[in-house]
Every structure is written in C-alpha cells, then in structure tokens.
Design a protein around this ligand. Structure first.
Ligand code: ADP
Ligand code: MG
Length: 641
C-alpha cells in the first residue's frame, strides 16, 4: 500500500527531506539487531539456553513469570564468566566462541555472533550473575546501571531478563497472552531437550514446576518429551552417506498429524527449519501418507561443519548446505528405509507369547508395532465387561488424532467395493514353501500365518503363532499391485494422450517460466504444457492413465511443485507424479470385495504381503492388516483373570 500525502498527492517516502548520513548510536544498533533476534520471550529463552549449553551446563533451569514477559531467569551450572569479562559479555559482537574466519567455518558451538546478550539487554532489563571455579565468590552485573557487586552463587551463570520490550511498546503489543507465550517458551526448551538428552532441564512458571526432563539416553528423552505413543509408533532411522549421517525416529503413518507440530530437525545439534530436509522427509512418506496429513519425526543430521553454513540467519534457525541435493537424498533414503521395513517381517522376530506381551518388551526395547493398534469400533466392548478392562489394553484405541481408523478403513473399503464389476484378479503362483495345511507354519517362514477363512467378502483371517491376523484384502492387494507396477515401469516415460481441445488457463509468470524451462520434465510426465498467448498456458496432452481427471488442475499442481523445488526437484516431481498415476492404476487393478478367494489364493496374498515393501499400509495410508494377540483373545474371554 502506498501512503500519499494530502497536500502534494505524491508518495510520502519521496517527500522526505534529505538528511545527512550519520552513524547510528550503539543502543539503536542493538535495538535494530534485537528486532531480528528477539521476537518474543521464547527467543530469549532459546538464546540463554544456547549460552548455558555452550558453557557446558549439565542442568539448566528456566523460570518464567507472566509467560516470560515479566521475567525470565535461566540458571546453569556451566563454567561461568570471569569477573573481568562480565561487562564484555553484554557488548555487541563480543564472543568467546570464535576468533577468526577459520573458526567460523568450523563452528561447533550454538552461539558465535556475540550479539544475543547485547540485543536482549537493549530491549529489556538484564542482569548477569556468574561465578567461575577459581573465583572466591559470584559477581552480579546490572546491565542498565552498570553496577557490579559481589553476590552468592555456586559455579555457573544466571541471567535475568525483566520487562521484555518495556522501551519498545510497539513490539510489546505484538506479544500474545501469557499462556501462549509460555507455550512458545516451553517449545523452545523442548527442542533443546531433544537435542541434548544428557542435560537436565526444568521449567517453572509463576513458581510452579511445569516441565522437567532428567538426563537420559536418547530414546528415553524422546519418550519423556514426545510421549510413549510417539516412541511406540515410530521407527528408528539410521543412515550414513559419506560425511553425513541421519539418525532419530520417524513415526508410522498412523501417527500422522493434522499440523506440522511434531517435526524436529537438528543439524549438528542445532534445531533448524530446513525446507530441503522437510521436503526430503515428506517425499519419503509420499506413498503411505494421505494428502494433507503431516508426518511426525525427530531427526538428527550430523555433517562435517565445513559442509554447512550456520551463519545465514540471525537466530541461526536456518542453515545452508554445500551440497543440498545430497542432503535431500540422504534424508529421503533414511526415512524411506525406516518406513519400508514391513511389520510383517518384524513379527517374525518377536518372541512368542502374545502380541500384547511383546508390545511391553519387544526386541531392542522397540515395541512390536503389529501389536499396537486394533480397530475398536466394529466390535464394541461387551456391556458386562468391567469398564477398566478396556483401559487395560485388551483392546486399544486407535492412535490417530483423526477419526477412528478402523471405521475409516471399513467405510472406504466399502465404498471401493461398491464399484462393480470386479476387476480381474490373477493369482500369483503358489509359494514353494507350502506346508501341509494342518501344521502351523514356522513363524520365520510365514510371519502373517496360515489363512483360515474369509469374512464379509472383505477380510482374510489367518492364524500365526501370536494369534489372529486380520487382513483387509483390497487394501493389501492394492499395495502389492502398486509396488509391482512401480518396479516394472522403472524409468520408462509415462504414456501421454493428446487433448482434442487444448485446455488453456491464465498462468503466473512463474508457471510460464517453469513450463518453458522444464519442458523435458513435463513431457516425461506425459504433460504437454506450453504458452498459448501472453499470460496464458495450454495443456495439449496429459497422462493417458489420468484421462478422466481435470487436466488444468493436474498441470497447475505439477508446475507449482516444479517451481517450488527448482532444478533439485525435477527428478522427485517426476517420480511422485508417476507414483500417483500408478497408485490410481493399482486401485483399479486390485481385488474387489465379495470376491470369494480360495485358501490358496488367500495364502498367496499373505505371502505376497510379506515380500512387499511398505505392505503395512495401502496407498492411501490405511492399514492393511492387524494382529490380535493370544493375550488379547484371552482378555476377550476373561481367561486367566
Ligand atoms: P555468543 O553466544 O554468540 O557468543 P552472546 O551474546 O550470547 O554471544 O554471549 C556473549 C558471551 O557471553 C559468550 O560468548 C560467552 O562467553 C558469555 N556467556 C553468555 N552466557 C553465558 C553462560 N551462561 N555461561 C558462560 N558464559 C556465558
Ligand atoms: Mg549466545
């Protein structure tokens, strides 16, 4: 919006009288810098905790009043600050962490710009209280008055920040309610807590302890911070690619969320927002996560410091990689690998004795996911059961925060099955390991067990050594067909079909630039999109497999994706679009409901599932099978109680 002055009718900016060039006073420079570094109490908390970690603290306490707006105190038991250096700590560009450009390139501390304390002190009342191991007592420095005096304290540092933005009322107005600010501050500590499980953290608000994380191993810390549910429903990630390693945990699709609020990425221990990494993860979920759902993950990337620039953002929340493409690829592979391990395969490794038992003490401390979630709603708890029984876990609630998954699966399956006529369903050759039907196959050979029946034309029942396996046959088959199609089509181009009448649409300059610049990629996707007239693009051909859809919508989403990803993405976009087309085809090719299968056919389906990657979810992210353990069956009949 342009503001126009009433008298002259010219824009105000142009009407400003010329002023001489002057250097800004120090205080004002710090306040301007503070605009970048300090947005709200949480930013202060983050900077102070960074400093405490850099000082080697093993316990960090954060004490807040009024969401941190009235006061923030961060105490640590780190190395402290020498008395002579106390005033320096508050000076702009004063730091103990780097001394040269070489240091900057290999920086391993959280801070290094030497501006956080100065910036905070320019917009709040700050005092420092610190003691080193060699000092006879602690010293306190009041930033505003410059007053320095002895004080009592053990080795370490306390920084107190009072009345944030007291001198910049315009910025204070941007602060939200105390509880919102508290939530942000807690989130800041949570990120540190995930990055440093070896350090203890405690947060107080208005004198009450609101969060506490004791020093622990990483898995325990993840459980403490994100909850049992995340730990149980996630897979370990472990991937090395040259100078880069990716570790952590990534949640199974059923733990996906409506918002991107459980996505933690750390690069060399620093919490970052990185579009490249986020996209790498997301693309690994492409096949198993529905539409707008957000995956949950905690990932730690470790990379030699020389290959990443951490000095690209004042709060260091963004980084720049020397080889972004390699990082993207490594993240994608790491997460994809973690998700591809089929649960069917995992059941084979679980100790016998009921799935519920193994959920409590799975191998490697990881619970057996096959035992975690059983759809509840189709089988209501009998009214005569004591209420507590359900809570005891004989039937667990589905874990998603969306609508109950079992119900969803049923509904959607029913909708799919309503489509007639049934598609041809070819039975794959029977496996060579076919056992005599009366023997239970060994679990190593047949993790999903031996088929025993089909019910409702929808589910296949099988018996394995943990109990009962229930398979949604359409969902499972869809995944198998999809993975097969993907493997068979390989790198071949997608078949394209010309439109009788080109579909034109008004396009943005970016869309036009992409259509012209990435023509090859688009053609490989089966899309012919080219300029028709200035500002207008026309779709002239589209993938034959998607002949029924909206050609313009398809073109726009592909153009949008290409634009966002630039050159880096061409390959990914190609892959993704191709996968989408294949998924559509797979759905049509998969077995329909009410098709009676023979036992051989059912067994063949189970064996195919065991062999197929990502067989635990159909292409839409719905589960394909569930395990009902002996203990859960016993629970149903109150056996052993
Ligand atoms: P930076 O962290 O980028 O060096 P800061 O303004 O955050 O800049 O801190 C300035 C300096 O003050 C640090 O380099 C460090 O030497 C000292 N310092 C700040 N906080 C602490 C602390 N909690 N313990 C020990 N030293 C600290
Ligand atoms: Mg700092």
């Amino acid at each position: 919006m342009t503001v126009v002055s009433a008298e002259s009718g010219t824009p105000l900016a142009a009407a400003l009288p010329r002023r001489p060039i002057r250097e800004l006073p120090d205080e004002l420079v710090s306040q301007i810098a503070a605009g970048e570094v300090v947005e709200r109490p949480a930013s202060v908390v983050r900077e102070l905790v960074d400093n405490a970690l850099d000082a080697g603290a093993s316990q960090i306490n954060v004490k807040l009043m009024a969401g941190g707006v009235r006061s923030i105190v961060v105490e640590d038991d780190g190395i402290g600050i020498e008395s002579a250096e106390l005033p320096l700590a508050l000076r702009r560009h004063a730091t103990s962490k780097i001394g040269s450009l070489d240091d900057l390139e290999a920086v391993s501390t959280m801070g290094f710009r030497g501006e956080a304390l100065a910036a905070i002190a320019s917009v709040a009342d700050v005092s420092l209280l610190s003691r080193t191991a060699s000092a006879p007592h602690a010293l306190r420095l009041d930033a505003r008055s410059g007053e320095l005096g002895p004080a009592a304290r053990a080795v370490g540092t306390s920084v107190e920040v009072r009345e944030l933005f007291f001198n910049t009322p315009a910025r204070r107005k941007f602060l939200k309610s105390d509880s919102t600010e508290l939530a942000h501050a807690l989130e800041a500590v949570r990120r540190h807590a995930l990055a440093r499980p070896d350090v203890g953290f405690a947060v107080w608000h208005e004198g009450k302890l609101v969060a506490q994380w004791r020093p622990a191993r990483l898995d325990q810390r993840i459980r403490d911070v994100l909850g049992e549910e995340f730990l149980e429903g996630s897979r370990p990630v472990e991937h090395a690619a040259g100078p880069l390693t990716i570790q952590g945990r990534t949640a199974l699709p059923e733990l996906s969320r409506a918002r991107a609020d459980q996505q933690y990425v750390f690069v060399n221990g620093r919490y970052v927002h990185d579009r490249l990494i986020a996209h790498g993860v997301r693309s690994a979920y492409e096949d198993v996560l529905h539409g707008q759902r957000q995956p949950a993950y905690v990932l730690f990337a470790t990379i030699v410091p020389e290959l990443v620039d951490v000095n690209v953002h004042p709060t260091k929340i963004e980084v720049r990689f020397r080889d972004g493409r390699a990082v993207h690829q490594a993240v994608h592979r790491a997460v994809e690998g973690a998700l591809a391990v089929s649960r069917a395969g995992e059941v084979a490794q679980a100790p016998a004795g009921g799935a519920a038992a193994s959920a409590e003490a799975g191998p490697l401390g990881h619970p057996v996911p096959g035992a975690t979630a059983l759809p509840v709603q189709p089988t209501p708890v009998p009214p005569w059961l004591p209420a507590a029984t359900a809570a005891n876990g004989f039937m667990r609630m589905p874990r998603s925060d969306g609508p109950a998954q079992g119900a969803l699966a049923l509904q959607t399956a029913a909708a799919l099955y309503a489509q007639e006529p049934p598609a041809p369903w070819r039975v794959p050759p029977a496996p060579a390991v076919a056992a005599p039907p009366q023997d239970l196959p060994s679990a190593d050979e047949w993790p999903l067990g031996r088929a025993i029946a089909q019910i409702g034309g929808v589910y296949v029942l099988a018996e394995n050594r943990h109990g009962l396996v229930i398979v949604d046959m359409h969902a499972a088959h869809e995944r198998i067909v999809y993975e097969r199609l993907k493997a068979s089509i390989g790198a071949a181009a997608i078949e394209s079909q010309p439109l009788l009448i080109p579909a034109s649409f008004p396009a943005s300059p970016t869309e036009i630039a992409v259509a012209e610049g990435q023509r090859e990629t688009l053609l490989a996707l089966g899309l012919d999109v080219s300029p028709l007239s200035p500002g207008v693009l026309a779709v002239r051909a589209r993938p034959a497999a998607l002949a029924g859809g909206d050609a313009v919508a398809l073109a726009r989403s592909v153009l949008g994706e290409l634009a966002e990803l630039g050159d880096l993405g061409a390959q990914q976009v190609l892959q993704r679009a191709r996968d989408e087309i294949l998924a559509t085809m797979a759905c049509h090719g998969a077995v329909r409901a009410n098709r009676q299968l023979t036992l051989d056919e059912m067994n063949a389906l189970l064996r195919d599932m065991e062999r197929t990657e990502r067989a635990d979810q159909c292409n839409h992210g719905r589960p394909t099978w569930r395990q009902l353990g002996m203990r859960e069956l016993d629970g149903l009949f109150l056996r052993g109680r």
